[in-house]
Design a protein around this ligand. Sequence first.
Ligand code: NAD
Length: 303
Amino acid sequence: MRYAVTGAAGFIGSHLSETLLAAGHEVVGFDSFTDYYDPALKEENARHLDVRRVDLAADPLDFAGFDGIFHLAGQPGVRSFGEVFPLYLTRNVLASQRVFEAAARDGVRVVFASSSSIYGAAERYPTPEDTPPQPLSPYGITKLACEHLADAYRRSFDLDAVVLRYFNAFGPRQRPDMAFTRILLALASGGSFELFGDGQQSRGWTYVTDVVAATILAMEGGSGTYNVGGALEASMNETIELAEQISGRTLDLHRRDEVPGDQRRTKADTTRVSTELGWVPKTTLEEGLRAQWEWASTRVGGR
Ligand SMILES: NC(=O)c1ccc[n+]([C@@H]2O[C@H](COP(=O)([O-])OP(=O)(O)OC[C@H]3O[C@@H](n4cnc5c(N)ncnc54)[C@H](O)[C@@H]3O)[C@@H](O)[C@H]2O)c1
């Protein structure tokens, strides 16, 4: 198959592209190497990939000849109030509208990376897909808008689209703004870690290769909306304890006030993705965190 992967230079997109290539597919990446975090890290992620520098929100898009589009590009991160909001509108809402428009025109199937952030303070845990969305952050609101756009293009222009709601992914190359990378780099370098809130906030984590497996299964067979991951629930305090055990070091921890837009808890109900797509996550929190520690400590250059 010939696949387009948007956001191919990013954390999940680069893992996805490598897995597709290893399975014998042809992969063309599309990424504008935004400066949400250091673009040099994205260059490193993409160094074995064919990634075209394309801004999905502005440049002409042509997906003719592709068998599918994995649309992972976007502006992530829940700290999305204030002056940064236009970036969320452009890189999530506008970029996705343009991808869906081009995909519908060219008759190409799309798997879209949405987020558990659309649930906000969910009414139920574990959270099934039909839970009413109540996003707490502008980021979550833009992802929900993208989901509605995919649906509008499906209804009006027969767009073949599947929506995946990723729950917190982790593993090597995790973004530098995400908790595990910040904790592990602090442990590896001897730097400090700022913990926002009381540490009892918990996340449903998913190892990146399990996220990638679900994403490929969704391209091959799914329809509608699926939660992806989020079964490995751990509070920040538990995560820090596990990271300290794995590294054999003590974290220099600084407690700070909770940040607006942060969810108290995420935990997915994965019944749908398991029964319909046969997805079975394989990596435990400890195995995954160990692999991420290996990566983080190598980056810092020694333990
Ligand atoms: N990592 C997670 O735990 C998680 C959880 C939920 C949802 N998601 C979503 O999954 C996707 C991938 O996440 P990630 O953690 O790999 O993020 P990432 O920031 O590492 O990757 C996103 C990539 O998209 C690119 N991009 C942004 N705007 C673009 C544009 N206009 N044109 C072209 N490229 C553009 C960026 O340069 C970046 O390389 C994102 O859409 C994110 O919102 C991630």
